[in-house]
Write a protein that binds this ligand. Structure first.
Ligand code: OMP
Length: 307
């Protein structure tokens, strides 16, 4: 219930981080791309195969130290149905390795359509030959802007299948304040959305005190992260913006509660492209990702310990 499965894994690995798998062809080492383009004549199929090889190697290098992956759907949709197949295979592979999968889809729609999104990503789809899971992720990022109608269908699936969601509350991007920092009465829009997360999650609270309804709060806004941690005691945070967007370990500390839980920090390009930054042989891309994941884990754990 709630975020328990994710938090169990974070505690087991002593690692509150998630590896974002947002693969672009340009991030995939050339030798993999060459092999895939020699094998498949359809450029989308060749690209999708390259992404999948890249992802599988990254998962192999990370699954015993990093609790979760966060594939961003856009990077797969960009390669058409073949890309979506690569997403499906990536999810399956990570789950086989025991990782928690947080699909980043930022989905939102009205009731019936949101039910379809919930079914697709977290639930089981009814077919004439019985129910089957389509993507089968553990968690999904969503936009709560359409209100309760858009969230209720997700809550039903979360309760039935022990899944979770992360609602956008204070996003990491530069212009997030244009709307999210506006006042509604005496509160900021992001505070109102945070309060809604607390209310939506109220009857899904798990053993660590966190509900199945988490919130996305960017590492690039450390003050708001600290403020929201205090105001939203039952809402677990997904914190993107570490690394490539400039967020550091000190910035994310405020997202953790007094027990050192309450948040998971994402890095996508920082981990996927570690080999480019390190300047090592591209054949060692997975090794470089692992070294960066360990560095990031230690960086954050040390910062939490010395608060
Ligand atoms: O929901 C998200 O994950 C998200 C929310 C947000 O406020 N900012 C943000 O960067 N993200 C996602 O987090 C990832 C960040 O990637 P890097 O900047 O490469 O680490 C991307 O997949 C973004 O889409």
């Amino acid at each position: 219930m709630g975020m328990d499965r994710l938090i169990d894994k974070i505690i087991e690995y002593k690692n509150p981080t998630v590896a974002g798998l947002d693969p672009k062809l340009a991030y995939v080492p050339e030798y993999i791309r060459k092999e895939c383009f020699a094998k498949y004549s359809d450029p989308l199929e060749a690209s999708a195969e390259a992404l999948l090889c890249f992802n599988r190697a990254l998962i192999d290098a990370l699954y015993d130290i990093v609790p979760a992956i966060k594939p961003q759907a856009a990077y797969y949709e960009m390669y058409g149905w073949q890309g979506v197949r690569a997403l499906t295979e990536t999810i399956r592979y990570a789950k086989e390795k025991g990782m928690i999968v947080m699909t980043d889809g930022k989905r939102n729609d009205i009731g019936a359509t949101m039910e379809a999104y919930a079914t697709a990503h977290l639930g089981v789809t009814a077919t004439d030959a019985g129910e089957v899971s389509a993507f089968d992720a553990d968690m999904l990022t969503v936009n709560g802007y359409l209100g309760t109608d858009g969230i209720t269908p997700l809550l039903n699936v979360c309760k039935e299948r022990d899944r979770g969601i992360f609602v956008l509350v204070k996003t990491s991007n530069r212009s997030s304040g244009e709307l999210q920092d506006k006042m509604i009465g005496s509160k900021r829009v992001y505070e109102v959305m945070g309060d809604m997360c607390e209310a939506w999650g109220a009857d899904t609270i798990g053993k660590y005190g966190y509900s199945a309804v988490g919130a996305v709060v960017g590492a690039t806004y450390p003050e708001q992260l600290t403020e929201l941690r205090e105001k939203l005691p039952h809402t677990f945070f997904l914190v993107p913006g570490y690394g490539a967007q400039g967020g550091g370990a000190k910035d994310v500390c405020g997202g953790f509660d007094k027990n050192g839980i309450g948040a998971i920090i994402n890095s996508s390009r920082g981990i996927m492209c570690a080999y480019q930054k390190e300047g090592c042989d591209e054949a060692d891309f997975a090794g470089a990702a692992r070294r960066e994941a360990i560095r990031m884990r230690d960086d954050i754990m040390n910062a939490i310990a010395s608060r």
